[in-house]
Design a protein. Sequence first.
Length: 295
Amino acid sequence: MDWDKLRVFHAVASAGSFTNAGEALNLSQSAVSRQISALEESLDVPLFHRHARGLILTEQGDLLYNTARDVFAKLAITEAQLTESRERPQGPLRVTTTVAFGMLWLTPALRDFIDLYPEIQISVILDDGELDLAMREADVAIRMSPPRQPDLVQRHLVDLHYSIYASPDYLAKHGTPASPEELDQHRIIVYGDTPRPPVGSLNWLLHAGAHPDRPRKPVLKVNSLYGIFLAAQSGLGIASLPNYFSHHTDQLVQILPELRGPTIEAFFVYPEELRHSMRIAVFRDFLLKKIAERG
């Protein structure tokens, strides 16, 4: 099986179109299409159903894609191990975490890491879903719950506590609730229905102090904690935010401080195959030091 054609096939199956795969491979759409047609001819099986809306893998194509994906994931791990220096960590490091934590806590801290380890080329992938580390969609993850995937190494990083905030403008217009029950008279901003929230119990404000038969209705749903933060900052309503927002809440007032929201455990997670990677070890130690310094 021709390796170059298999590489093109893997890119097309991942991207779902010749055009997107061509952009990733720096090839023209026609060149990509020719490679796929040649691979199908050599195997004497169709690999894709071609539709106006895009490409769909055939049964044979799905079998080949699953195998190719495993091969490329293992090759990526091998490449990382071969390029890692025993004396000085170097090479690419792809880190994934939730959008809000990545924007507000992680990326501002990375300047110090890059100054310490300029030979590590770090990439941050912000996604409230869980990328597949076993398939090397990322090398390490900072997750707000214990990992569900098997064969992943996990290290507890920090406990995140949720508090309640509103803007001074909102409180001046609508008043400050003096008890959880009074939240019934206020506008509540919560996490959206889809996609799945990065952690559970994010919408606890809809139930805190509420009568079981009269659940509160939110004024707004946003599928991003950062979006919830901006909405509360604008004066739209009351929101629950984790404590890593504390450095960014100058324009918000904490209310009902005695009412504590859920405590979320954050974990540092990576595949078992990378247990001895120096890049991962120094990044993990850097995070632990930063958390101790900044909280």
